[in-house]
Structures are given as structure tokens and as C-alpha cells.
Design a protein around this ligand. Structure first.
Ligand SMILES: Cc1cc2nc3c(=O)[nH]c(=O)nc-3n(C[C@H](O)[C@H](O)[C@H](O)COP(=O)(O)OP(=O)(O)OC[C@H]3O[C@@H](n4cnc5c(N)ncnc54)[C@H](O)[C@@H]3O)c2cc1C
Length: 491
């Protein structure tokens, strides 16, 4: 008996903030296309649905992390539940709910060159059934890490610890941490978010870091601009647009300064901390990273809340390496011992490349690391597929919206020239270009990326084959790509 296959024009994988942006644009600009979103979880929101650790919030302001088409009317930094509400409203206002199929986890995707379509093998997670879908075009909005599965370094003797050990990605439903001694391992965005919240109830929190992180203590005037405009008008769309533009200008200036005068920016960032912790605190040791500002994302601690909890002695910072775990806590390489009731690992992600889906063409398996990315949106030899991978250092969604629009322009163009298949291919002038890792580690090098780099697609030294992470460059380039260029092969 042949298997039942449900066909549609476009399938979007993932109902996170990126997948919903795509759905919005498909409804607005490509009304004649039928589409589904296949989502592995039982609800929308992705990151904002799965993360449950205390205090979970955005690091970006919502004027830029929120959509260009839906105004944000609250404080710039938002909690996970506020972001979920915003995404939920977008779904409702644009009638996207019937396009989403929840509990549908895509396992395999096979492109058929004869039929010019993708067939997807999908696991229905509650019915425990395998279903099949096919589509002419596939958009991957799968995010970049495995949900609910954090990265734990290879520490010795974790099992010897008598207390509770938790990863922030896998936060238990109920955890009583009132009056407990807590160690949080890590000092990135997640640690900076949760530590001040934990410290309100805990007996004491120790932030244990191997190396320091850079922090900002404000969203560079965002709140002030928004409030000033709100005093002038109640036109929320206009306010959203103006604040968004102003933030993008402020960020551009800041990022340029990080490249042009990194030492000056470093001193400014450290000065913000010194203002709270005073001259006696060893800021150099605990808060001055070895990398340049923006070589890794700068974590936000709004209103300097992390430093205030250190100043109040609710939190202490230890910069050292873990030798091993023991019954009471952690033994450090320096010989110092830290004891705790609860140890929390805020040590980041495991990358998920294209949603851990097994891709094949005519049933022949594709190794992604054998492909080269076209501007971080497509891959050589993989037809009719768009990859949504946002910005790390600016709001992710700025790029997600740009890519959704690019995909629609591409599909419109294919209609116009009556093409059923699009593949990107190296041009003659690309044959001798240098093949490079997907992203240059000297530019951006967080641990989760470095760990996965060899499995990622490659990039090239010619600009079309670079996955650029610069919004200010791409905002003028991507919308104006010439779809008749030599690298696009249509059939
Ligand atoms: C705690 C936290 C805070 C963050 N804060 C910010 C911030 O302030 N600013 C910023 O720019 N970025 C931030 N990020 C990065 C953040 O993940 C992205 O910005 C953004 O939310 C990603 O949206 P997305 O829709 O692309 O992916 P996700 O939110 O990861 O959603 C992807 C969806 O795809 C689904 N999916 C994946 N694989 C499959 C499959 N095989 N089949 C079916 N469905 C699948 C997943 O279940 C998920 O629902 C943060 C990340 C974390 C973890």
C-alpha cells in the first residue's frame, strides 16, 4: 500500500518567532500559496516557550527583536511570557493558527529531482505516528540549538554531588531554592539573567566562571526615547518605527566603536561596573574578558542588577576552573572548595543544525558540511530550501524578516519564469576561492558555535558565499539581490 502524503506549496519548519514572521509575510505577500508550519512542540514560541528558568527574558530590546510590522508597547526588555503573548497576538491577528501543525517533528526531508518536490517524514509526537508531507519549497525556521537539552562540559564526578544539579535548559517544574546555597556555573546572558532573580530568595548565589564576560547595564536610552514619544502621541505604530530606527542607529555606532576603538569601549563597559562595585573590587580579574567587546554577544544586566546583587553581598563571583565535583559541591583548580545545595549549569547549548533533520536528494544523504552557504540562506546542491538563521549580535528577527521576504521574492520570480527548481551553484570565478569555516572564529566565537563548526556548511572568500552577521550591510544587499545572477540555476 502506498503511503498517504499530504501536499502543500510551502512548508515552514518551526513556529518560533522566525516561523511566525514567515507565516505573516506568506499571508500578506503570497496569498495564493498554501502553506503549513510544522512544529515539533505542542505550542508556538520556540525559545520563549521552552525556557523556564527564573527571570527568563530577552537580552535585545523588543523594538528590534519584535517584528517591524507589529508595534511593541511595553518596556524594551521583555519576559518570556510577554514575548509569547506578542507572538500569540501576531498569530491571531493574522489568522495563522490554522496553518500550524503542532506535535509534528520533521525527521527526514528528501528532494526528488524528477517530481521537483520535497517529501518530509514527520513524527506525530502524541499519536506516535509517522506522517508524510510534501511541498514545492521548504523554509527552515528551526532555530539553532536543541530545545531542552543543555551543554554540559565533561566535568569529573558530577554524580558524587549530594545536592541538586540542574541545567538552565532543563529547568524542573518545581524547584524550591528559598534559603538555599546556589552555585551558578557560567557568566553569559543566561547566568546574568537568572542570578539576580535567584538571589532574591536564595541564601547566597556564587557565580562561578572560567573566564569573564562583557556586560551592558542599559539598552542605550531605548526606554527614554519611547517614553518621550509616548508623551507626544499615542500612535503606537509610529512610535515603534521611530524607536526601532533610533536603536538601530545607536547599535550601529556602538558596534563600529567596538571594532575601531575596542580598548576604549572595554574601559567604558568596565567603568559601568566600577560605578556599582567600587574601586576595591577586582574588576580586571572578574569582568575584563580576553576577547574584544562584541567578539561574543555582550550580556545585558538591566539597571546593573547583577552588580547590585554583588554589592549587596547576595552574590559572589569566583573566576577559576572546575577540578571536580564532590559530595558538598565543587573543588576548584586553585584548591578552593565551593559548597552548595543546588548547582546550576548555565553553560549554553548544543547546536542543532537544520533541526537535526536528515536531508537527502533522490534518497542520497547530504552532508551539510560538504555544502557552501549562499549568504547564510541557501546551500550549494540543496534545491528549493531557504534557511533562516538570524543575527547573533543584533536582534535575530531583523534577519528572519529579511529572509522571509527574500524567499517570497524568489518564489515569485520562479513563478514568473516558470521554474520549478532553484539551486545555487559556485560560478566560474568562485572555483578558486578559499573555502572557509561557516563563520570566522576571530569575528565571533561563542563556545556552542566553535563546538559545532565542523558540522556546519562552509563559507567562501567571495562575498556571495559569506554568512554575514552585519545587519547594516545586509539590509541594503539582501532585498536587492539580482535573482538572474549567475549563481542561481533554475529549471
Ligand atoms: C533564553 C534565551 C534568550 C534569548 N534572547 C535573545 C534576544 O534577546 N535577542 C535575540 O536576538 N536572540 C535571543 N536568543 C536567541 C533566540 O533563540 C532567537 O533570537 C529566537 O528566539 C529564535 O527564534 P527562531 O524562531 O528562529 O527559533 P526557536 O525559537 O529556536 O524556534 C524554533 C522552533 O522550531 C522547532 N523545530 C526545530 N526543529 C524542528 C523539527 N525538526 N521539526 C519541527 N519543528 C522543529 C522548535 O521546536 C522551535 O519551536 C535567545 C535565546 C535564548 C535561549
Amino acid at each position: 500500500m502506498s503511503k498517504k502524503i499530504t501536499h502543500t506549496d510551502i512548508i515552514v519548519v518551526g513556529a518560533g518567532i522566525a516561523g511566525i514572521a514567515s507565516a505573516y509575510y506568506l499571508k500578506k505577500k503570497r496569498a495564493k500559496s498554501r502553506f503549513f508550519i510544522l512544529e515539533a512542540l505542542d505550542s508556538f514560541g520556540g525559545t520563549w516557550y521552552t525556557h523556564k528558568y527564573p527571570g527568563v527574558r530577552s537580552d535585545s530590546d523588543l523594538f528590534t527583536f519584535g517584528y517591524s510590522f507589529k508595534s511593541w508597547n511595553d518596556a524594551p526588555i521583555a519576559t518570556a511570557s510577554e514575548i509569547l503573548k506578542y507572538i500569540g497576538e501576531t498569530i491571531k491577528e493574522n489568522n495563522i493558527q490554522n496553518n500550524i501543525k503542532y506535535n509534528h517533528k520533521v525527521l527526514k526531508a528528501d528532494w526528488s529531482n524528477s517530481e521537483k518536490k520535497w517529501t518530509l517524514m514527520v513524527e506525530h509526537s502524541t499519536k506516535k505516528q509517522i506522517l508524510y508531507f510534501s511541498c514545492n519549497f521548504l523554509q527552515m525556521c528551526q532555530g539553532y540549538y536543541r530545545q531542552n537539552q543543555g551543554y554540559i562540559p565533561n566535568w569529573k564526578n558530577i554524580e558524587n554531588f549530594d545536592g541538586k544539579f540542574i541545567h538552565t535548559e532543563e529547568w524542573p517544574n518545581k524547584l524550591n531554592y528559598s534559603n538555599k546555597k546556589i552555585i551558578v556555573i557560567g557568566s553569559g546572558a543566561t547566568a546574568a539573567t537568572t542570578i539576580p532573580v535567584l538571589a532574591k530568595k536564595a541564601k547566597h548565589v556564587t557565580m562561578l566562571q572560567r573566564t569573564p564576560t562583557f556586560y551592558r547595564t542599559s539598552t542605550i536610552g531605548t526606554e527614554e526615547i519611547a517614553n518621550t514619544l509616548r508623551n507626544i502621541t499615542d500612535d503606537s505604530e509610529w512610535i515603534h518605527k521611530i524607536v526601532r530606527e533610533q536603536i538601530l542607529i545607536n547599535q550601529e555606532i556602538f558596534i563600529k566603536r567596538c571594532v575601531e576603538e575596542p580598548e576604549k569601549v572595554r574601559l567604558e563597559l568596565l567603568e559601568e561596573i566600577r560605578n556599582v562595585l567600587g574601586e576595591q573590587f577586582d574588576i580586571e580579574k572578574h569582568f575584563s574578558p580576553s576577547y574584544r567587546p562584541w567578539q561574543q554577544r555582550i550580556a545585558l544586566t538591566p539597571d546593573a542588577e547583577l552588580f547590585k546583587s554583588i554589592a549587596n553581598q547576595d552574590v559572589s563571583v569566583v573566576t577559576d576552573e572546575i577540578e571536580s565535583f564532590n559530595k558538598n559541591g565543587i573543588l576548584l583548580k586553585s584548591g578552593e572548595e565551593l559548597s552548595a545545595d543546588i548547582i546550576i549549569a548555565a553553560t549554553g547549548f548544543n547546536m542543532s543544525i537544520l533541526g537535526d533533520i536528515e536531508f537527502s536528494i533522490d534518497k542520497k544523504f547530504i552532508n551539510l558540511s560538504d555544502t557552501i552557504t549562499y549568504r547564510g540562506m541557501m546551500f550549494t546542491s540543496i534545491p528549493n530550501l531557504i534557511w533562516t538563521f538570524g543575527y547573533f549580535r543584533q536582534a535575530w528577527t531583523l534577519r528572519a524578516e529579511m529572509i522571509a521576504n527574500f524567499m517570497i521574492k524568489l518564489i515569485n520570480h520562479m513563478d514568473f519564469i516558470d521554474a520549478k527548481k532553484i539551486t545555487v551553484k559556485l560560478r566560474k570565478k568562485d572555483q578558486n576561492m578559499k573555502i572557509l569555516p561557516w563563520i570566522r572564529e576571530e569575528e565571533f566565537n561563542p563556545g556552542y558555535l566553535s563546538r559545532a563548526l565542523e558540522k556546519m556548511p562552509k563559507s567562501g572568500s567571495n562575498i556571495e558565499w559569506v554568512h554575514n552577521q552585519n545587519y547594516w550591510y545586509e539590509k541594503d544587499i539582501i532585498p536587492n539581490i539580482d535573482l538572474n545572477s549567475e549563481e542561481f540555476i533554475y529549471e
